[in-house]
Design a protein around this ligand. Structure first.
Ligand SMILES: [Ca+2]
Length: 391
């Protein structure tokens, strides 16, 4: 995302003053000298009010902020987050831990906006869902992502970025269809990357959403480190209501750990398709993706299934066999698959999630999510290769 740094220019005012001095020169030489002497000290005497952002030149702390992206400076936080003790503690921490000047952070957070909609939404969501999924829930979930838009625009994206996808497969061992499966489910290849300012989202959730305050405070710290490292004005990046960024919706902590400069232009840019491609592939690689291995296989079930199901419920093949469950296709002996239950409109299905399925759940801890990424990946591959459904 390009950074449009705001600059406060005082050149116009200075020019006007000089014109005034020249006019005076025509009247009286003595007055000219006095006028010029007056001009030399003029800035110190007469400060012009500047609203936003406050010019760092007024504070006498210009030098420390030169290394910070965006021009912010204030002696305290004003605006929506004025008087938040936790924010003030955070600012002092950022100064001590990362050398970010407090006057810079006071100025920056004076611009942050509290997102009441986000808080209302998060409070309605409650905690993670527990227990057995409802009948038909997989069909409902799948239908959101296996659309013609997801498939057709995914194939077009694949053709447009075939070289970057191929390079990612060579570097990280992750095939294009799974990189695209993530991008398709997350943002439809960049169509829905979110419109909230990341600073607003993370500041709101860090200091007004106690249930996950620790997590979002850490992500806010990561975000400011990212902005400093990449020289991005922290007010510029936009993302989801929870602060996820770019085509792959990386949180700032994921950016710091796993984002890569895939197109080798010297910047890691999650909003650039090629860097997003490489970053998703690197994420999978770093979470243990096994190149060339399958993701899931259907399970053949004899009798009633009594074993608990879920991406994190893993069993040896012999345990499964004892319970009357066998893989429909050959599975390597070293696998400890998870037993997955997918509740479709036409009935329940059981699948075995292999190692790479678990890797996909590292992106989002959800059976439905990983299965949707897999299903979309397979649909994209069939369409890209010109195969009919069922080939
Ligand atoms: Ca780059």
């Amino acid at each position: 995302m390009p950074s449009n740094k705001k600059k406060v220019s005082r050149n116009g005012a200075t020019t006007q003053r000089k014109r005034g001095a020249i006019k005076t020169m025509k009247i009286n030489l003595i007055l000219l000298i006095l006028t010029l002497a007056g001009c030399s000290g003029h800035k110190a005497v007469k400060q012009e009010p500047v609203l936003q952002p406050p010019p760092s030149t007024q504070t006498g702390q210009q030098l420390p902020n030169l290394n910070m992206p965006g021009q912010f400076s204030a002696d305290r936080v004003t605006g929506d987050f004025a008087g938040y003790p936790q924010l003030n503690e955070f600012i002092l921490h950022m100064e001590a831990a990362h050398g970010m000047p407090r006057n810079y952070l006071y100025g920056l957070f004076s611009q942050a906006r509290r997102k009441q909609w986000t808080l209302d939404y998060m409070n309605r969501q409650g905690g993670p869902s527990q227990g057995t999924p409802r009948p038909g829930s997989w069909s409902k979930y799948r239908a959101q992502f296996l659309t013609e838009l997801h498939i057709e625009s995914g194939v077009a994206f694949w053709r447009r970025h075939a070289q970057a996808l191929s390079q990612a497969e060579q570097r990280y061992g992750v095939p294009p269809e799974y990189i695209l499966g993530i991008m398709g489910v997350e943002t439809i290849y960049g169509r829905n990357m979110g419109k909230d300012r990341v600073l607003d989202a993370l500041t709101t959730l860090a200091f007004d959403y106690p249930r996950r305050s620790d997590y979002f405070t850490e992500e806010l710290e990561n975000f400011l480190v990212m902005a400093q490292t990449e020289n991005i004005d922290p007010l510029e990046p936009r993302g989801s209501f929870a602060g996820a960024m770019g085509l792959g919706q990386f949180m700032p902590g994921s950016f710091l750990k796993w984002a890569v400069d895939h197109n080798l232009d010297g910047r890691r840019d999650l909003w650039h398709p090629e860097d997003a491609i490489g970053s998703i592939a690197n994420y999978f690689s770093e979470h243990g993706w096994h190149p060339g291995e399958a993701v899931v296989v259907p399970a053949l079930v004899a009798g009633e299934v009594t074993l608990p199901t879920g991406y994190d419920k893993q069993y040896s093949l012999s345990e499964l066999a004892t319970a009357g469950i066998t893989p429909a296709n050959e599975v390597s002996a070293g696998e400890n698959p998870s037993l997955l239950l997918l509740r479709g409109n036409s009935g329940d299905e059981y699948w075995l999630g292999l190692h790479n399925f678990f890797v996909i759940t590292r992106y989002n801890h959800s059976t439905h999510y990983a299965m949707a990424v897999h299903a979309l990946a397979q649909a994209l591959k069939r369409r890209y290769l010109g195969l009919a459904v069922g080939d």
